[in-house]
Design a binder for this molecule. Structure first.
Ligand code: EPZ
Length: 429
């Protein structure tokens, strides 16, 4: 299996171009099913997850072509199923539910199952779609959904759910009547999905806030103009932390500064140097940052997807920080691995207490999920000596051209093979 070999404690300096957002690409790829025709998407990142989603579209009968633009033809839909072999690799395949019900009146989607960061139930997805008239049966590890006519309704989420909001949005657009969603997810990726659907003829108001109103229309069609996926705020946030943790200065370009505002507040509070332009942000530091408390929350709060990365940064801070994770029940897996690098972290329920250290030292560590692996890479970039991050496939799911982007700003990183001997014996005379 691939690993990442990092020689640490080198300040990173330079500009990194930010790719399209994984978490906007995935719902928008599924949303093409709701609008028959030939779609063109720009700025779709080349990731394992986006190619999995394109394979799912292929299995449904919608061919695609990846290039400067990603082209998907949803003129015909042959199957209304998201099979286990694809869903188990990527739980976001559950986003097929709403679009297939909207297009075919039927959907058979494998239950996604949990993952390293939590149980990841989909009860909110099902309750919201039931409010629109869908009926579900759980059988054989699949959720089987059917609907005769989607009807607009008022629905309030019990918990804020990003893909839950996206699933019901992709059905409500062609429901009879108006749908009002309360306590909806306000993430920028939800807003980008709504922009895409409105370009296909939907009538969505309020996306990007917690109250979304959808006036159902009889049908959608592929927009003649290409939709450009918004920049990935989590990728950008990860590289901004890289600039600060290595005491260099990294400038992320082709991004939307406002989308990372909660992170910038934390970096500034920690004493990092932050500058913003119209479509770029730079972040750096001279020395160790100060400890700061962080609490994750749905957007516009501090994003849970940046929690692991900030924990890596605070492992080097002056003082003790408290990190409270309020979104997922088990999203501290990276802490155990950071301990292997010499970090001082204790966990009590959903609060991690991080006592910053002047230095960490490189070691072999194992990634458990996408953002945990990013956290270990960041710690390795700042730690003294060599760090090897195992199970690189987690990173490949969400970071396009990571090695290339880091190397371009001075990081010493290269892909390795797990188990490859590192210490050659001295030549025998
Ligand atoms: C999305 O996951 C993102 N994934 C996640 O990013 C992100 O961490 C998460 O939102 C929170 O921001 C995509 O967009 C593809 P949720 P999602 O439904 O939609 C509970 C990454 O690293 N819940 O907002 O699956 C759930 O257990 C990934 O890019 C229910 O109880 O998350 C969690 O505690 C990781 N019932 C909370 O709500 C439900 O029906 C938020 O989950 C749905 C969710």
């Amino acid at each position: 299996m691939d690993t990442l070999l990092i020689d640490g404690s080198r300040p990173l300096r330079g500009a990194i171009p930010i790719s399209g957002a994984k978490n906007a690409s995935l719902p928008i790829l599924m949303a093409t099913i709701v609008a028959p025709g030939e779609h063109r998407l720009a700025n779709v990142p080349e990731l394992v997850d986006t190619s999995s989603m394109l394979s799912l579209l292929g299995r449904i009968g919608c061919p695609s072509l990846v290039g400067a633009q990603t082209r998907i033809d949803t003129t015909r839909v042959a199957f209304c199923e998201a099979p286990y072999d694809l869903v188990r690799k990527m739980r976001a395949s559950v986003l097929a539910l709403g679009p297939l019900l909207a297009r075919c009146g039927e959907a058979h989607v494998s239950l996604p199952g949990g993952c390293a960061i939590g149980m990841r139930p989909i009860d909110q997805h099902l309750k919201a779609l039931e409010a629109l008239g869908c009926r579900f049966e759980l059988e054989g590890g699949y959720v089987h959904g059917r609907v005769d006519q989607l009807r607009g309704a008022e629905f309030r989420f019990d918990v804020v759910s990003v893909t839950g909001t996206e699933n019901v949005l992709m059905a409500a657009v062609v429901a009879e009547g108006t749908t009002v969603l309360e306590n909806a997810a306000a993430e920028p990726e939800v807003e980008d999905l709504a922009r895409f659907l409105n370009a296909c003829g939907a009538r969505i108001e309020g996306a990007g806030t917690s109250r979304i109103v959808v006036h159902g229309v009889s049908s959608l069609r592929a927009s003649p103009t290409a939709h450009a996926i918004l920049p990935d705020r989590i990728e950008a946030g990860t590289y901004l932390v890289a600039g600060v943790i290595t005491r260099g200065d990294v400038r992320c370009e082709n991004m939307r500064p406002n989308d990372v505002a909660p992170l910038l507040d934390v970096l500034r509070a920690a004493g990092a140097r932050v500058e913003c332009g119209p479509d770029w942000v730079s972040a750096g530091a001279e020395g160790r940052v100060n400890a700061v408390d962080v609490e994750t929350a749905p957007h516009p709060g501090f994003p849970t997807d940046m929690q692991a990365q900030v924990m890596a940064l605070l492992s080097f801070a002056k003082g003790t920080s408290r990190i409270k994770e309020t979104i997922f029940e088990n999203r501290f897996m990276h802490a155990a691995e950071l301990l292997r690098l010499g970090a001082q972290i204790s966990i009590e329920g959903n609060v991690a207490t991080v006592t910053g250290q002047p230095q960490l030292s490189g070691a072999t560590v194992m990634a458990t999920d996408l953002r945990a692996s990013a956290s270990l890479v960041l710690a390795g970039l700042a730690a003294q000596g060599r760090t090897e991050v195992l199970r690189l496939y987690h990173l490949d799911r969400g970071y396009e051209r990571l090695v290339e982007k880091l190397a371009a700003v001075g990081a010493s990183v290269e892909r390795g093979q797990e188990g490859r001997p590192r210490f050659a014996a001295p030549a025998v005379a």
